[in-house]
Design a protein around this ligand. Structure first.
Ligand code: TRP
Length: 476
């Protein structure tokens, strides 16, 4: 597959090849409709056929427009792709659903998306370069995949700093514990590397996708920003911005948006996100807005106009399509590709087949829940991997792979030894489901109460400070 090379990243992933096929198909159609020279059309058709053969070889499937490779994931709630293809797992920026109770097959996802696994070697390097023990999200494979993390560490070792970019789509006032995962992790990264952080609040995105007014979306930005600030970010190192405000306030940001818009075709975003002809044009051009914060020149007040400060994006894997697109255009507009760290999803109480949803109160533990609500929800709704009767459970033991209470503890119980002991006891049957749930309840109740306490301390003035474009405490 010699000509299946990506942009200097080695062999293409099935998804990249699929996207290339989409683009080539489009090219053939446009040459034909423009009545181009026969030789030119023939050459384009030849390449198309060659790509189809490569695709079949790589995936074992015939290329079909609108049906991304293999049995699971990507694309989309918009198009027919989701049910036309023999789908099992579905993962895109708007949906997550898996066919197995164990949840999404993340190893397959790495192959599909063409990213790299966070392996032992990378973990050790992160520890060496940062001088800190790896965060338990890294040790436990919650952050499991990356792009170009080695390059970020290489540069950092040579005293070339980088910055962090993450974000949140403010779709309601209520955030749940799952929403905190990227922010808890980002805070750790900021602390150990001592670097600037920008946080994009995509109120524009939520306006375009949901039945909400602009005012509501902007208000959710401010409310959600309070929860984010309550995670402990340092105002001297962190810039939080609303797209609705910052797009109009920053000429450099808008210029990067326009550059991206010029270099991505409708056909490409159709392939990546599954947009269709009846999607509003706001959606179609939105990915350029999520791409722009990946470039340091979008924040001249922080980076003094420097174009080449590398960017690292911690995010859940469902955001990867945006950044595949970003990495694809970056070299074509003379900018650096962002690096990424991907996390798994935070499962719904009902089981790992789906992620928590802010719109279903029983699927999530909210940051506003009282101790009593937390207790009731876990006891009533947390999917159990235990056996039906105490006798059976004692005899056969429980299954930690599907047990939601255990899964939650892997996120929030930091003590490795305690967690290991719980796993052993649950698997052997010594620990019952009710007892496991009790441990989770007693872990979450104080954690959420402390969050609520910290959030109360966040004033409107503090939010205003975080959201004002200004230099941060770094020299570039
Ligand atoms: N689209 C994301 C959401 O709906 C928000 C977002 C914007 C984001 N930029 C990001 C998430 C960068 C992670 C990293 O939640």
């Amino acid at each position: 597959m010699t000509d299946c090379q990506g942009d200097g990243e080695g062999t293409m992933s099935p998804m990249e090849l699929f996207e290339k096929l989409n683009a080539q198909g489009e090219k053939v159609r446009s040459l034909k409709s423009a009545k181009a020279e026969k030789a030119e059309i023939d050459a384009a058709v030849q390449l198309l056929l060659k790509l189809k053969v490569d695709y079949k070889q790589m995936t074992g499937q015939d290329y079909k427009a609108g049906c991304p490779p293999s049995e699971n994931l990507i694309v989309s709630n918009n198009g027919p792709a989701a049910d036309d293809c023999d789908g099992e797992d579905l993962v895109d920026p708007w949906n997550v659903s898996a066919s197995s109770t164990k949840g999404v097959d993340y190893d397959k996802l790495i192959v599909r998306f063409g990213s790299s696994k966070i392996d032992k070697e990378l973990l050790e390097r992160i520890e060496k370069v940062s001088g800190q023990r790896a965060h338990h999200f890294l040790r436990r494979g919650i952050f499991f995949s990356h792009r170009d993390m080695h390059q970020i560490l290489d540069a950092y070792e040579k005293h070339k700093s980088f910055y962090l970019y993450t974000g949140r789509g403010p779709s309601s006032e209520a955030m749940h514990v799952g929403h905190l995962i990227p922010f808890i992790f980002t805070k750790w990264l900021q602390d150990v590397f001592d670097i600037p952080l920008v946080i994009q609040m995509t109120d524009d995105e939520k306006y375009l996708w949901k039945d909400l007014t602009l005012e509501e979306c902007h208000r959710f930005t401010v409310e959600n920003a309070k929860d984010i600030i309550a995670c402990g970010f340092d105002v001297n190192k962190t810039f939080i911005f609303s797209d609705l405000d910052y797009m109009g306030a920053s000429p450099q940001f808008y210029r990067n948006v326009v550059k991206v818009q010029k270099h991505v075709t409708f056909n490409q975003v159709k392939g990546i996100f599954g947009f269709t002809d009846s999607d509003c044009i706001g959606k179609i051009s939105f990915p350029a807005i999520q791409a722009a914060p990946s470039f340091s020149s979008s924040f001249p007040q922080i980076f003094g106009g420097k174009k080449d400060v590398p960017c690292l994006i911690p995010c859940a894997i469902d955001q990867d399509p945006y950044f595949r697109m970003t990495r694809d255009v970056a070299p074509r507009i003379g900018l650096l590709k962002p690096a990424l760290l991907h996390s798994t999803f935070f499962p719904a109480l009902q089981g790992a087949q789906t992620k928590m949803s802010a719109s279903d109160p029983n699927s999530s533990i909210f940051l506003t829940d009282t101790p009593k609500q937390i207790k009731n929800k876990i006891n009533k709704h947390a999917f159990s991997g235990g056996k039906d009767t105490v006798e059976e459970h004692r005899k056969y033991g429980g299954n930690t792979e599907v047990d939601v209470s255990f899964l939650y503890l892997t996120f929030f119980l930091e003590d490795d030894e305690k967690l290991e002991k719980i796993k052993e006891d649950y698997t052997s049957g010594a620990l019952l489901t009710g007892e496991l749930k009790k441990i989770l309840i007693e872990t979450l109740q104080p954690m959420i109460a402390q969050h609520q306490e910290r959030r109360k301390q966040v004033t409107d003035e503090m939010v205003q400070q975080f959201m004002t474009p200004r230099p941060l405490n770094f020299k570039f």
